[in-house]
Design a protein around this ligand. Structure first.
Ligand SMILES: [Zn+2]
Length: 490
């Protein structure tokens, strides 16, 4: 197939050998060398095509970027041409990085500007998300580790990419390396362009607030990278992850059972800060924070194993269990033998009686057992008590090691919750007040349950009580109609 590059062509599909379009007569070989195969997409400034370089014997694939001819006045045209020329210079410079496509050629044909770029084969991250589902923490950390050095390289050359989003990050097929593409929207951040209100370029949902006002800075790319990360983590459109009434990101509410460490949350939230002064100032700073924080062990309970690992874990449990049963039986036998030795010897040498009790850690009763008469009765009672004594000993040993009955290590929290007394009503009310404060003074029952992890009926009861005491009023949310509790003092 050969695709006609004339945007007005009625029948752009031609045979792969044709030199001229059979429909409009346009030349099919761009620059007498590059043949467009199929359109890849179109953006604000033109169209892109998959193409082959017919000049080279191996006929490698490449990408043709066709610049749209602006029809509305010369001012727009000049602006468009200037932008194109700048992109070409920039791409040639940036293409030296292994994770940025090479610029192969740049020319004008039929009053249209063209760029020929290296073709990067592989799925983009939006496709990966669709096929593989939401990313986990390790994948996001890897993504940041891979892309931040590229952004650092780009920013050091005074370029702002301006359109970072999952579609523009491709995982190159041969080596799995992430490649940052589509610098079409980028613009040299030189003295004139920086700070000067310019054309708003970028993709809705990913654009930093200052970039939306036409004042993109290097940090604007970091913001878009942050949005990319939370989109990949939650698989939710960026618009849904932003609460416009609060002016805040609420992506953490959409993690559900997915676990993200507090350190990564901090990094992401700093990437997503609204004000540029509160955001990271450079890609290198993010990288430094990420590396420093990932070195600190994360104090969170062990993650739930994925379904595929349950079976192995289950088998492992059984093995541990069997081993333990074996161990208990051995212990029981030793205790009986010691009892027998103690009994036989004890009848002639009294102090040896109850020696198995010493073995099982019962030193005080062991001493008592050596007293005449008590020892005689005791020996016979022990015959029935020995299995229980062994069990008790095993349980105590397990508790010390922090293991469950089946040998699975217990989360440290399990031990803590057993010893803590349940929170008082007042403590729970304080929790609710704090949650309301964090949500701008009002809470629905569901939000309260989510934020405080107090049970549903208990939350309802507590909130009713707080209304009675005059802390809050019940009302309906103006936007959603949901019943909300408005806290008066907040
Ligand atoms: Zn044509």
């Amino acid at each position: 197939m050969s695709f006609c590059l004339n945007p007005d062509c009625q029948q752009p599909r031609n045979s792969s050998e044709a030199k001229f379009c059979q429909s409009c007569g346009s030349v099919l070989l761009l620059g007498d060398r590059y043949r467009a195969l199929k359109p890849l997409g179109s953006g604000g400034f033109g169209r892109t095509f998959l193409a082959v370089d017919e000049y080279k014997p191996s006929k490698p694939r490449c990408v043709i970027k066709q610049f749209r001819r602006e029809e509305q006045g010369t001012r727009n045209l000049q602006k468009a041409v200037a932008l194109f020329v700048r992109e070409a210079q920039r791409l040639e410079e940036l293409g030296k990085h292994p994770q940025i496509p090479d610029l192969l050629a740049h020319f004008e044909q039929d009053d249209r500007q063209y760029l020929i770029q290296e073709f990067v084969d592989g799925p983009n991250l939006a496709q990966e998300l669709e096929e593989g589902g939401a990313f986990d923490e390790a994948q996001i950390r890897q993504l940041l580790q891979d892309l931040l050095p590229v952004l650092d390289f780009v920013h050091q050359r005074q370029v702002i990419h301006r359109d970072i989003k999952p579609e523009n990050i491709i995982r190159r097929s041969p080596d799995g390396q992430l490649v940052l593409v589509d610098f079409g929207a980028s613009k040299l951040a030189t003295g004139t362009a920086l700070g000067q209100t310019g054309t708003v370029i970028g993709s809705a949902g990913y654009v930093a607030p200052e970039q939306a006002l036409g004042k993109a800075v290097f940090g604007s790319d970091l913001y878009s990278l942050g949005v990319t990360c939370i989109h990949l983590l939650t698989q939710m459109p960026p618009f849904d992850l932003f609460d416009s009434s609060e002016g805040a990101w609420v992506w953490e509410d959409y993690l559900f059972d997915r676990r993200v460490s507090p350190s990564l949350k901090r990094v992401l939230n700093k990437l997503l800060a609204n004000g540029t002064s509160r955001r990271y100032q450079s890609a290198a700073a993010v990288l430094q924070d990420l590396q420093a924080k990932s070195a600190i062990p994360i104090a969170s309970p062990p993650p739930k194993p994925p379904a595929s690992e349950w079976k192995t874990l289950h088998n492992w449990n059984r093995t541990v269990h069997l081993q333990e049963e074996d161990h208990t039986r051995k212990r029981l036998n030793t205790t009986y033998i010691l009892w027998l030795v103690g009994f036989i010897l004890g009848t002639s040498l009294r102090p040896l009686k109850g020696m198995h009790r010493f073995y099982n850690g019962k030193i005080l009763t062991g001493v008592l057992w050596m007293i005449p008469v008590i020892g005689d009765i005791g020996s016979l009672v022990d015959l029935f008590l020995i299995p229980r004594m062994v069990d008790e000993y095993e349980t105590k040993a397990r508790a010390k090691l922090g293991m469950s009955e089946s040998g699975v290590p217990l989360a440290p929290q399990a031990a803590v919750t057993q010893t803590l007394s349940p929170p008082t009503r007042e403590q729970q009310m304080v929790k609710l007040l704090k949650a309301a404060q964090a949500r701008g003074g009002q809470l629905s029952v569901t939000q309260a349950v989510m934020d405080t992890s107090i049970g549903f009926t208990e939350v309802e009861d507590l909130l009713r009580d707080m209304v009675k005491r005059g802390y809050a009023t019940v009302d309906n949310d103006d936007r959603t109609g949901v019943v909300v509790y408005r806290f008066l003092e907040l």
